[in-house]
Design a protein around this ligand. Structure first.
Ligand code: BTN
Length: 244
């Protein structure tokens, strides 16, 4: 799958570089990896802290034959791949918070940002951005409580090249399994690592704030929340916080 890998020292955002490559007709499996990003971007218009030499900042371009409504499933495929790769390399216990944050000891180590182009209801290309806090030893004050790095959790430096290879290896077979067998193959793997399921959560969507019990995901990867009256609500996109 991965024949074209672009290593960069410093970029604005690997998502931006990847978008340029998509426009130039990049093949499925093209990757951009940077040592530092000056304009790293997160979900929901946030910034992504991407200092040099310490993290893995990468974007994977794929061109799957899927429908637009299925595209969010790729985020879950990626979360499973990255979670497995991290546990292979570090032996740490790795959880996934819906849809795609990877947590260790309750703090975020990985963010995934999936951006796509469609024409008009089939997916044309998807750029999957993966940011991994790998060897940072400290975080800015505003991130300290919520973020951590693999080296801080493991107590020793992590070999970034080894982890990148593991991620590509896991992504390659899971992506292939997803395309041939569908999301039903990925769902139990995702659920086995889910930390939100069975918990009371606060879901902040662009339209409302919603409280309920996270009871699972459906066959499309949509989060299902049960309210106090037992009614089940699908949540397509939101920020999830665990409540008591
Ligand atoms: C999130 O908000 O949780 C998603 C963060 C995604 C960060 C990665 S780092 C590589 C790629 N390039 C970016 O600018 N963002 C993504």
């Amino acid at each position: 799958l991965f024949k074209h890998v672009h290593f960069k020292d410093n970029v604005d955002s690997t998502q931006i570089v990847a978008q340029r490559l998509v426009n130039e007709g990049a093949h499925t499996g093209t990757i951009v990896i940077a040592n530092e990003q000056t304009l790293g971007r997160g979900r929901l218009g946030r910034e992504w802290f991407s200092p040099p030499d310490t993290g893995i900042w990468m974007s994977i371009i794929v061109r799957p034959e899927i429908e637009l409504r299925e595209a969010p499933q790729l985020t879950l495929v990626t979360a499973v791949a990255v979670a497995r790769a991290i546990s292979n390399v570090t032996d740490l216990e790795v959880g996934i918070k819906w849809p795609n944050d990877i947590l260790i000891n309750g703090k975020k180590v990985v963010g995934i940002l999936t951006e796509m182009q469609a024409d008009p209801d089939r997916v044309n290309s998807v750029i999957i951005g993966i940011g991994i806090n790998t060897n940072q030893e400290k975080f800015p004050n505003e991130l300290k409580k919520i973020a951590t790095s693999l080296s801080m959790e493991k107590g020793k430096k992590i070999n970034r090249a080894e982890l990148i290879i593991q991620i590509l290896k896991e992504f390659e077979w899971l992506y292939d399994a997803y395309l041939t067998m569908g999301f039903q193959f990925i769902k139990p793997l995702w659920e086995a690592r889910a930390v939100s399921i069975g918990k009371r959560v606060k879901a902040v969507t662009t339209k409302e704030v919603f409280y309920g019990m996270a009871i699972g995901i459906d066959d499309q990867g949509v989060l299902l929340l049960e309210d106090d009256d037992g009614k089940i609500h699908p949540v397509y996109s939101a920020d999830i916080n665990h409540t008591m």
